[in-house]
Every structure is written in C-alpha cells, then in structure tokens.
Design a binder for this molecule. Structure first.
Ligand code: HSE
Length: 419
C-alpha cells in the first residue's frame, strides 16, 4: 500500500499527540518533524529521533512529502513555511488561529491558485468538530448567529473565581502553577485567542470575510470577584463570550467580551476548560457543539482527521475537497461596537449625595436607557454607595455617553448582559 508522507513543523503538545495517533496508521507516515531543539527529551516511547530536523526546508523542499502539518502557532515563521510548502505543491493542515485570522485571505488565495487545500479544524475549538460540519453537511444553511465559549484558559479562571469566590489574580496564579495558563497569559486572558477564533468562524459561517480589525475585543482581566458575587445574586454567571451576529441587512457584529449569562442558559453550565459553540441558522435551527477546546489528544484528533480527509481524496482526485476551500470574494460589512444594542451590568461607586440615584436615573432616561435592576445595600464606611444596575437593551454609544456624564461616580465595571 502506498504510504502518504507528512512533514510536521512543531513537536509540542499537539504535535506529540498527532505523532502518537498516526503511529498506528497503515497509509500515513510522518516522514520528518521540524523542531527547535533536537536534543529535547520527548514523551514518546521508542521515538526514532532520526526523523527530527531543525531545518524547515528539509520538509518544504522534500518532493515526497504530500502534506505539511504546522503546529507551531504565530504568524512568522509559520507563514513563510506554509506559503513555501504550498508553492512546492503540498497540502496544509494547521492549528494556527492567529495566522488564519491575520492572513487567511492571502493564505486561501495562494492555496487556491496552486490547487492545494488548507484544513484547520484544530484551530477553532481544538477537538470539537466544527469547520468540517459547517462546510459540508450544514452547507445548506444560512447561519445568522454564533455564540460560544472558545477559550479554555479564561473559562477555567472564571469558573474558579465563581466557585471559590477568589480574585482574578489569585486564580490566574493557581492556573499557571497547574499548567492551565501560560507563563505569559496575555493571548488568552486579553481575549486575543478567542478573537482569532471567532474571526475565522464568522467568516466561514457568514460566507464573507470578516476582517480582524473589525472585531471588538475585551478580555477578562477587569472582572472582579465582587462582580462574580453580584452576578450570582442576580441570577447570572460571567463568561468570556465570543459572538457573531448577522443582521437582516447582512451586516456582521463580531466580538469577544465578558458577559453576564443567565444561570438557566446552557453556556452558563460550560465550566473549566470546556469549549462550547451554538450556531443558529435556517433551516437547521440552533445546534450546539461542546467538548475539549485544547489538549494533546483532543487537538490531535482534529489534526489527524484533516490529514486523513486529504489522504482519502488524494487517492481519487486531482481537485480535492472543493467544499472545504475557503475563498470569499467579498469582505463582510461590519457593525462598530458603538452601534450595537445590548443590556448592561454596571457597578458604580457613587458619593453619598442626596439625589445621586435620581441623577443616575435621569442621565439614563435622557439617553433612552431604561433600567431593569437597581441595587444599593446601605453605605460604605467611606460614605460612598455601591450601586449595581442592569439596563434593558440600549445602544452602546448611549451607555458610554451616560458613563461620561456621571463624572462624580466611579464606574467599577461595565459588563454586557446576554438577552
Ligand atoms: N489557549 C487556548 C485555550 C487553546 O486556552 O483555550 C488554544 O487556542
């Protein structure tokens, strides 16, 4: 039987899972793996180190290699390697969410003009099959809404803050000690990782390219233990939610930010490192995908699935996987966050002045903002009042203007509310 040859760039957590999973394959062989350090100790039994190289061009220029698997992440040198490999006739499997979000258009156009495919199931929600179902069996749908938890690290931190009543800093430190958060957690906690994922996911779902610069992003670093506690009292959990909405005029609202979700909502029950994505469309209605969004074997499952799909096609066709190709001839028109409509949770420290609640009410009323909850429990020792508000649906620009007007108050938190 002909063995199809794979060259892999990267042998970290995901690469190791891919290597171990493919050991039992009859028709796929990992011929070479590009690593930074050949002498590093690997957690692989009876590993044949002779397949390691530090020179990516040994893979890129090897005519025997059919598929390049890239699992190093980041834009460079991944882009140099992938683009070189495509020009040399290789198909690509990648887990690189940042590269897809930043250079997706160039990448897919290059692949198309070389009649090659780029598959990336592992890049969006690790082990959860999402791209392949969307591109194939769900292709007859018009998808209008994506709601999801797309980052395990932040979901772990928020879950622990909720359960333990602990502060963000304490939970982050613990998560780092346990290996759930990176030493430099910026990519996860500031929402970049989820932003890259929702950018690509919305592009696929809406059938037009969403540009990264039009995606709004806020991370979880400002979520306080007090907000968790208050949200709980009011019947909510706080989650980092990735959203994509397509309105009736075809405009896309794509964003990532913390959100209060009702305890009765399904996303409120997605805890720790689990990811979950809800897609709403016609004619399918709403469909949920839930599972492990990261990890050695779950992510390897998606990478290996992509490799097997390419190999299965290579046996029969010169123009493979047409439905998985990803060229969009137009960019999505997008809505700026200031023009979106949301409910808001506000935690306000106000001076204990007579009429301050009336002033807050008036400032909101002048902007057509209706309040659904207003809570104050006594006064603090420093003669300030801790006031919690939840609004009805109103325009983002109006709530921001109300906040500016309330200059004598400190706005401790503004978090959007689902529903
Ligand atoms: N760092 C990501 C997470 C996984 O915490 O979910 C890879 O995107």
């Amino acid at each position: 039987m002909k063995k199809y040859k794979v060259g892999m760039i990267g042998l970290g957590t995901v690469g190791t899972g891919v290597y171990k999973t493919l050991l039992s394959s009859e028709d796929i062989e990992i011929k070479k793996i590009v690593v930074k350090n050949i002498n590093k100790k690997r957690d692989i039994a009876n590993f044949d180190e002779s397949i390691l190289t530090t020179d990516a061009y040994e893979v890129i220029n090897d005519p025997e290699i059919d598929i390049l698997v890239e699992v190093i992440g980041g834009v460079e040198p991944a882009w140099e390697y992938i683009s070189g490999a495509i020009k040399n006739g290789k198909h690509i499997v990648t887990a690189n969410k940042e590269l897809l979000a930043k250079k997706g258009e160039e990448l897919f156009n290059l692949a198309e003009s070389n009649n090659r495919v780029v598959l990336y199931e592992a890049a969006i929600a690790g082990g959860i099959p999402l791209i392949m179902p969307m591109k194939t069996i769900m292709a007859g749908n018009k998808i209008s809404q994506i709601r999801g938890i797309l980052n395990g690290t932040t979901n772990y931190i928020l879950t622990k803050m909720d359960i333990d009543g602990a502060s963000y800093d304490d939970v982050l430190r613990e998560a780092q000690e346990l290996g759930y958060a990176e030493t430099d957690p910026t990519g996860d906690v500031e929402g970049f990782d989820a932003m890259y994922k929702i950018t690509t996911l919305s592009t696929i779902a809406f059938g037009s390219r969403v540009k990264l610069e039009n995606v709004y992003r806020e991370g979880i670093t400002k979520v306080r233990a007090e907000d968790m506690k208050k949200a709980n009292e009011l019947g909510y959990k706080i989650k980092l939610i990735a959203l994509g909405n397509l309105d009736e005029n075809g405009k896309a609202d794509v964003r990532v930010h913390p959100m209060l979700v009702k305890k009765t909502s399904s996303l409120a029950h997605v805890d720790y490192v689990t990811n979950s994505v809800y897609l709403k469309g016609f004619p399918m209605g709403e469909i949920a995908f839930t599972g492990p969004g990261a990890g050695e074997f779950p992510t390897a499952s998606s990478v290996v699935g992509d490799i097997i799909n390419i190999v299965a096609e290579l046996k029969h066709s010169d123009y493979i996987l047409p439905m998985m190709r990803c060229n969009h001839d137009h960019n999505a028109e997008t809505i700026d966050i200031s023009d979106t409509y949301n409910k808001y949770y506000l935690s306000i420290t106000a001076p204990n002045n007579i009429g301050v609640i009336g002033k807050i009410g008036n400032v909101c009323a002048e902007r057509n903002i209706s309040l659904s909850t207003i809570l104050q429990k006594g006064l603090s020792e420093d003669n300030t009042a801790d006031i919690t508000i939840i609004t009805e649906v109103c325009k983002e620009a109006d709530i921001q203007s109300a906040i500016r007007e309330l200059s004598e108050c400190t706005i401790d938190s503004l978090i959007r509310v689902e529903g």
